[in-house]
Design a protein around this ligand. Structure first.
Ligand SMILES: C[S@@+](CC[C@H](N)C(=O)[O-])C[C@H]1O[C@@H](n2cnc3c(N)ncnc32)[C@H](O)[C@@H]1O
Length: 239
């Protein structure tokens, strides 16, 4: 696992300065997903929000948050220093509302009391038990009523569907003039996606409510849940 983590870090350190130009050619409906991540946050645009962005990369989701929520403050966490360096440049205008932090979200302390936790194309790098552990940590560090939204690469509900989606995904990459063999091999080497169905189950198991897949296109999805306002269990029958 440490080997995969090192490869992920090295790849993103190398890839950082080309990421913004390349990623819409690799991820279908990338720009549409960015906007939808914000539209799915049912909060007044003027409200104060504490936000955690897991796997910030070059900062696209943090950008959509600070641009749309004038009083949002963000902790932007990423493994790769160069990705954060690009994020810092991209978000220079909003630097007073964003803290950039290098770290591994599977290992470091995430802080406390967030209204919103977002993640984009990052959690699929973890093994499934680590994903489950991270979902539990996310639940813990959200405020009651807080929201978790994840846009990620996922598996199909069956191996046959995964295969079908992956072929269509490769066609998308080729249609943009990119080398689909290169990117697909990269995916096979370092990505560990899980199906939406199982991740929704894991979110429910750690206590999230209003859990759903909000958007999906082939092997890409936006899903998440809400921490209940009260985590106190229903009264026992003696009351
Ligand atoms: C594909 S980029 C996504 C960037 C951005 N969130 C987006 O939606 O475009 C994935 C990012 O997650 C980061 N990442 C992967 N695993 C991580 C981990 N365990 N802890 C922190 N960051 C991680 C990578 O360094 C990379 O910058």
């Amino acid at each position: 696992m440490a080997k995969i983590k090192n490869k992920i870090k090295t790849d993103f350190e190398t890839f950082a300065f080309d990421y913004d130009g390349l990623i819409p050619k690799l991820i279908p409906h990338y720009r549409e997903q960015n906007q939808l991540m914000v539209d799915l946050i049912p909060r007044d645009r003027a409200t104060s929000l504490r936000v955690l962005d897991l796997g910030t990369g070059t900062g696209i989701l943090s950008y959509f948050i600070v641009k749309n929520f004038k009083n949002a403050e963000i902790l932007a966490l990423d493994l790769a220093k160069n990705m954060l360096e690009v994020a810092q440049k991209n978000l220079a205008e909003y630097s007073d509302r964003i803290t950039f932090q290098q770290g591994d979200f599977a290992e470091c302390a995430l802080g406390m009391s967030y209204d919103i936790i977002i993640s984009g194309l990052a959690i699929h790098h973890l093994e499934n038990p680590q994903k489950q552990k991270l979902f539990a940590s996310i639940f813990q560090v959200l405020k009651p009523g807080g929201i978790f939204l994840n846009r990620d690469i996922v598996l199909g509900a069956t191996p046959a569907l995964t295969q079908q989606y992956e072929q269509l995904w490769r066609d998308y990459i080729s249609s943009n003039g990119e080398d689909s063999d290169r990117w697909f091999n990269n995916y096979l080497e370092q990505d560990i996606p899980a199906s939406v169905e199982e991740q929704i189950q894991w979110l429910k198991e750690v206590g999230f409510v209003d859990v759903s897949c909000h958007w999906r296109y082939l092997n890409f999805a936006i899903f998440g849940g809400c921490k209940p306002n009260s985590t106190i269990k229903e009264p026992l029958s003696c009351f």
